[in-house]
Design a protein around this ligand. Structure first.
Ligand code: DHE
Length: 522
C-alpha cells in the first residue's frame, strides 16, 4: 500500500516538473517578445510603429494595466489582443520582462538623432495662411485617446484640421514667436514640427528615447528637449530639426542626472533646466554673446561656473546653480528673475533667485505643489501666484514679493491645472483626482472665493482650461474617450457649445502662449 502511494507520488511529481519545464519554455518572455511584439515595438524595445516598451515609459501603467493591455489590446489602434494566444502566466512574464531596464541603452547622440529624422516630402511652405481665421486665435487641442491634435478656429470653434501625432504627447506644444509653426513632443522623444499656415506636418525627429518636455528659445531658433533617457538635453534647430548639440547632464560631483524639465527664460535668452538627480539648476544660454550677459547679471558669479560647451561665442554655454536638494517642476516670476522649485518628496518648495544664483526663501508648500501649472495676477496691488497640489485638495496663493503664503483655498480634491487670462476676473482650477474629478472650480481672483463649481458631465473627468485670445471664452476638456471640449462664456459661466473629442487633454491658444499670458503656463 505504502509502496504504491510512493510510486504514484513520484509519477505525479515527475508530471508536475515536466509541465513546469514545458510551461517555462513557453513562457520565455524574450521569445514571446520577439515573436509577438518586436515587429511593432522594435527589437530593442525602443519603439517603432508602436511605442517604446521600457520601464521609463511603462512605469506610468500602474498595477495590472500592462497585463490588461497585452491581453485585450487597445481598441481603435493597431495593438491586437494576445489573451487567447498567450494566457495569463505568459502575459504576466512578458509584462515583468518589459518592466526590466534595458541591458544597454543606446547613446542617442547627434548621429542617431540625425538618422531618425523623417521629413515630409509632400510638405510645401505657403506665403500666408490657407484659411481665413485669426492666426493669433488658433487653439490646439491634444487628443490623447487616439494621438491626434485638432486645430480650432478660436472665434468659430470650427476644426480646421485634425492630424496624427507621435504616440503619447506630453507637455505643452511650443509655438515659434510668430505663431506659424508648432512643435509637439511625445514621451518616446519624438518631436513633430507642424505648419499651422499650410496645415501640414513638416517632419519629425527622435531627440531622446524617453523625454519630458520641450522649450523654444526666445529668438525661435532652437528647441531644447529634456530627456530622461539618455540623460541629455538635446538642442535642435527649429528650422530643419537637425540636432545642433547634445548636452550630457553631469553634475558637479561627476554623477549623471535626468532632466525633469526644460523652460524658456525669455528675458534671459536662456533655457533653465530642472535636474532630477542633482542638487543643481542649469541655465543654458541661447545668446551668442552669452558670457558678457552672464557676467553682468551674476554678481556672486564664481569663476568657472559658466563653462562654454560650444566654441561659437558662448552659444549654449552653461551655468550651474547649486541648490540644497534636487528641485522638480518650476514656476517663474513674470520677470524670470526668480523661480519656485518643489522638493522631490513634495514637502517643501524654495525660491531661487537667478541673478545671484542661490536660494532666497523657503515656502510651506507641502502636499506636492504642481508649480508648472502656477499662474500669477495682481491682487490689491500685490503680485500673487497660485499653485494646485497633486496630493491635497487645496490651492496655495503666494505673495511673490514677500514670498509669504497669502491663503490656502480648499477644493473638492487634488488638482492638476490652473488657468486664467488677463481679461477675466476668475481663475479656473480642476479637481483631477478622487471622487470629485468631474468638477471644475471657478475662483474670484480678488476675493479668492470659489464663485461656481461646474460639474458638466457627472462622473467624467474634467480638467485643463484654455482661454481664447481675448479671454472671452474658456475651453474645458472632458478627459474621456467619448469626451469633448466644452466652451464656456468666461463672464457668465454658461455653456456655449460642446465639441466632441477623443480624450482631450491640454489646449493651447497661439496668442496666449506666444505673448506669455499671465494666466497660462509657459
Ligand atoms: Fe505633465 C505639462 C511633468 C503627469 C499632462 N507635465 C507638464 C510639464 C512637466 C510635466 C514638467 C511642463 C511641460 C511643458 O509644457 O513644457 N507630468 C509631469 C510629471 O512629472 C508627471 C506628474 C508624471 C509623469 O508621468 O511624467 C506628469 N502630465 C502628467 C499626466 O499624467 C497628465 C495629466 C496626462 C499625460 O498626458 O500624461 C499630464 N502635463 C500634462 C499636460 C501638460 C503637462 C496636458 C501641459 C499643460 C499646459 O497647459 O501647458
Amino acid at each position: 500500500m505504502t509502496r504504491r502511494t510512493v510510486s504514484f507520488d513520484i509519477f505525479a511529481l515527475a508530471a508536475v516538473i515536466a509541465t513546469l519545464l514545458i510551461g517555462a519554455a513557453y513562457a520565455d518572455p524574450h521569445e514571446d517578445f520577439a515573436t509577438h511584439c518586436a515587429a511593432c515595438h522594435g527589437e530593442n524595445r525602443l519603439g517603432g510603429l508602436g511605442p517604446a516598451l521600457i520601464p521609463e515609459t511603462l512605469g506610468r501603467m500602474r498595477g495590472p494595466v500592462l497585463d490588461e493591455v497585452i491581453a485585450q489590446g487597445r481598441p481603435a489602434t493597431q495593438m491586437p489582443a494576445f489573451g487567447d494566444d498567450l494566457g495569463a502566466d505568459r502575459i504576466a512574464a512578458l509584462a515583468a520582462y518589459l518592466k526590466t531596464p534595458l541591458d544597454k541603452v543606446p547613446a542617442w547622440q547627434i548621429e542617431d538623432i540625425t538618422k531618425s529624422r523623417e521629413m515630409n516630402d509632400g510638405y510645401a511652405a505657403v506665403a500666408a495662411p490657407t484659411w481665413q481665421s485669426d492666426p493669433m486665435n488658433i487653439t490646439l487641442v491634444v487628443e490623447t485617446g487616439d494621438h491626434h491634435v485638432s486645430v480650432l478656429d478660436g472665434d468659430t470653434f470650427d476644426v480646421l484640421d485634425r492630424f496624427a501625432t507621435p504616440f503619447a504627447v506630453h507637455g505643452g506644444p511650443k509655438f515659434t514667436p510668430d505663431g506659424r509653426f508648432v512643435f509637439i513632443m511625445s514621451r518616446d522623444g519624438w518631436v513633430q514640427k507642424y505648419d499651422l499656415w499650410s496645415l501640414q506636418e513638416v517632419g519629425r525627429v527622435r531627440a531622446g528615447l524617453n523625454s519630458r518636455n520641450i522649450a523654444i528659445s526666445a529668438d525661435g531658433k532652437w528647441l531644447a528637449v529634456a530627456n530622461y533617457l539618455p540623460m541629455t538635453l538635446a538642442i535642435l534647430s527649429t528650422d530643419d530639426l537637425l540636432p545642433a548639440k547634445v548636452v550630457s547632464i553631469v553634475a558637479k560631483d561627476g554623477n549623471e542626472s535626468r532632466v525633469s524639465a526644460v523652460y524658456q527664460a525669455p528675458q534671459r535668452n536662456s533655457f533653465i533646466l530642472a535636474l532630477k538627480d542633482a542638487a543643481e539648476i542649469w541655465e543654458v544660454s541661447t545668446d551668442p554673446d552669452a558670457p558678457p550677459v552672464y557676467e553682468g547679471l551674476v554678481h556672486s558669479y564664481e569663476k568657472g561656473m559658466v563653462e562654454a560647451l560650444a566654441s561659437s561665442e558662448g552659444l549654449f554655454s552653461r551655468r550651474r546653480i547649486e541648490v540644497s536638494e534636487p528641485l522638480d517642476d518650476f514656476f517663474f516670476s513674470d520677470d524670470y528673475r526668480n523661480l519656485i522649485g518643489a522638493a522631490r518628496d513634495g514637502s517643501r518648495a524654495v525660491v531661487v533667485n537667478l541673478i545671484v544664483g542661490r536660494e532666497i526663501a523657503e515656502l510651506p508648500l507641502n502636499g506636492m505643489p504642481h508649480l508648472g501649472s502656477g499662474i500669477s495676477w495682481d491682487r490689491d496691488g500685490q503680485r500673487v501666484m497660485a499653485t494646485p497640489h497633486l496630493k491635497e485638495g487645496k490651492l496655495s496663493v503666494i505673495d511673490t514679493s514677500s514670498w509669504e503664503l497669502v491663503t490656502t483655498i480648499e477644493t473638492q480634491g487634488p488638482g492638476f491645472f490652473l488657468r486664467s487670462h488677463e481679461n477675466t476676473p476668475y481663475f479656473w482650477a480642476d479637481v483631477f483626482f478622487g471622487p470629485n474629478r468631474d468638477v471644475m472650480h471657478v475662483i474670484d481672483k480678488q476675493s479668492l472665493e470659489i464663485v461656481k463649481t461646474l460639474r458638466p458631465v457627472p462622473g467624467a473627468t474634467v480638467a485643463h482650461v484654455e482661454f481664447t485670445r481675448d479671454g472671452s471664452h474658456a475651453l474645458v476638456s472632458v478627459w474621456e474617450e467619448n469626451g469633448m471640449v466644452i466652451v464656456y462664456d468666461a463672464a457668465t459661466l454658461e455653456e456655449v457649445t460642446r465639441l466632441p473629442m477623443n480624450k482631450p487633454s491640454g489646449k493651447y491658444n497661439v496668442w496666449n502662449k506666444i505673448s506669455f499670458s499671465e494666466g497660462t503656463s509657459h
